[in-house]
Design a protein around this ligand. Structure first.
Ligand SMILES: *[C@@H]1O[C@H](CO)[C@@H](O)[C@H](O)[C@H]1NC(C)=O
Ligand SMILES: *[C@@H]1O[C@H](CO)[C@@H](O)[C@H](O)[C@H]1NC(C)=O
Ligand SMILES: *[C@@H]1O[C@H](CO)[C@@H](O)[C@H](O)[C@H]1NC(C)=O
Ligand SMILES: *[C@@H]1O[C@H](CO)[C@@H](O)[C@H](O)[C@H]1NC(C)=O
Ligand SMILES: *[C@@H]1O[C@H](CO)[C@@H](O)[C@H](O)[C@H]1NC(C)=O
Length: 371
């Protein structure tokens, strides 16, 4: 018995020695390459890029207040590669649950990788995480959909660190939202909190995350920012006009539009649901342009309608379905002329689904307040 067990294992013995040539990459470089390879299912394949969109913040002085800026973000960015093939490749893990995921288009909100987002100008990332099935590692989920079993949240942070090293003029904002109520592994709250705390206070994180609390400072201060707590008890679910005090000492306030579940009702057209979302996001952007100039504005252009059969997916809501069903396109196409009419205005942070469609969306948004 023992011999056959041993026969199944192949033993590989190799010798380790120091590299001879000094031009060989350092162990540190090799370690980063390894972590970035682990991160690639979520981060994508790292590429250096110095195009204008990759360094758009370089045009703004360090003294610019973050709350005065217009900053594009990606809603649920980690879903970018969640095709049927990806879902099926993770079935061996999600089959361990009695809460299997729905079809992939229900969850999918993007089609470009994190590195593509960064290089295209996206600076706010809506990170959704929970434990893996063994309750030991933070990985990416969108509700029941596991998005990778190998790319941990910490691995992906190293992609951001590398990118910040390569783009010293840029600042990033990461929103960490625990998918606590929707995954089967979202029940271990204390453990998850400790894992997140350890991750964000690791030596690498301390080097890159600004260690402040409860304030959005200036662009020059912000390499990346963990420090503002948006209380779930104040963040009213599915609300188009949230007022949230994120610092009780200073009364620092955020105005948030997070009307994501449009659901006008069974049998309503995709075009009607898109129009309702467009109205909510533009009402909030008009408020950002005219009121509370020193408060944070955070608007979500992203949405879904899961009451209709078939559902209006996040993709249809954002970009239409390319037919007469959505003659004006989705929310994104309709936002382009809206942005073109807002020159010089403060709009704040705007989170997009399918940020790359239409291809001039991010440029039209950044052009609103380009110095
Ligand atoms: C995206 O998903 C496909 C299908 O699952 C997979 O073959 C590909 O490697 C994924 N891309 C990355 C960057 O991981
Ligand atoms: C993970 O944690 C949950 C909640 O504490 C528990 O019900 C489940 O059995 C754990 N799973 C494993 C594999 O330890
Ligand atoms: C949104 O809330 C703010 C603050 O309470 C208020 O001033 C504004 O009128 C509201 N906007 C709408 C459209 O209800
Ligand atoms: C914050 O607002 C509360 C309620 O309006 C007020 O009592 C308090 O004095 C304010 N604090 C500061 C620092 O402005
Ligand atoms: C668009 O929606 C219509 C109506 O549901 C459907 O018949 C058509 O196949 C869809 N087209 C695409 C490209 O998704």
């Amino acid at each position: 018995m023992r011999t056959s067990a041993f026969a199944a294992v192949s033993l590989v013995l190799t010798a380790l020695s120091c590299p001879v040539t000094s031009s060989a990459p350092s162990l540190g470089d090799l370690a980063v390459q390894k972590v970035l390879a682990d991160a690639s299912p979520i981060f994508g394949y790292y590429e250096k890029d110095t195009s204008p969109t990759a360094e758009w913040m370089s045009k703004y002085p360090d003294s610019t207040l973050i709350v005065h800026m217009n900053i594009p973000g990606a809603h649920d960015p980690q879903t970018w590669n969640y095709s049927l093939a990806t879902q099926e490749s993770l079935n061996h893990v999600t089959d361990l649950d009695d809460n299997p995921p729905l079809p992939p288009q229900v969850y999918r909100c993007q089609e470009k990788s994190f590195i593509d987002m960064l290089n295209a100008g996206v600076r706010v990332f809506d990170i959704r995480y929970a434990y893996d099935v063994t309750n030991s590692t933070l990985v990416f989920w969108h509700s029941q959909a596991l998005l990778s079993e190998t790319a941990t949240v910490d691995d992906v942070l190293f992609g951001f660190y590398q990118w910040l090293d390569d783009h010293k003029t840029e600042a990033l904002f990461l929103s960490f939202q625990y998918e606590g109520s929707t995954t089967l592994h979202g029940t271990n709250d204390a453990g998850v909190q400790m894992s997140l705390f350890n991750m964000l206070t690791s030596p690498a994180a301390k080097k890159y995350f600004l260690q402040t609390k409860g304030e959005f400072g200036t662009l020059g201060q912000a390499p990346a920012l963990p420090g503002c707590h948006f209380s779930p008890s104040q963040w009213i679910d599915n609300d188009p006009n949230i007022t949230l005090v994120y610092n009780l000492a200073t009364n620092a306030t955020a105005y948030i539009e997070d009307y994501y579940s449009i659901n006008l009702g069974l049998g309503t057209s995709a075009a009607e649901n898109i129009a309702a979302k467009y109205d909510a996001v533009t009402a909030h952007l008009n408020m950002a342009a005219t009121q509370y100039p020193n408060s944070l504005f955070w608007s979500f252009a992203s949405s879904e309608n899961d009451v209709n059969v078939p559902i209006d997916t996040p993709e249809i809501m954002a970009v239409g379905n390319g037919t007469d069903l959505t003659p004006l396109g989705g929310v994104n196409q309709q936002l382009v002329p809206f942005f073109q009419g807002m020159t010089g205005k403060r709009l704040g942070i705007v989170m997009f689904d399918y940020f790359d469609v239409p291809s001039n969306l991010i440029d039209a948004f950044l052009a609103v307040s380009r110095p």
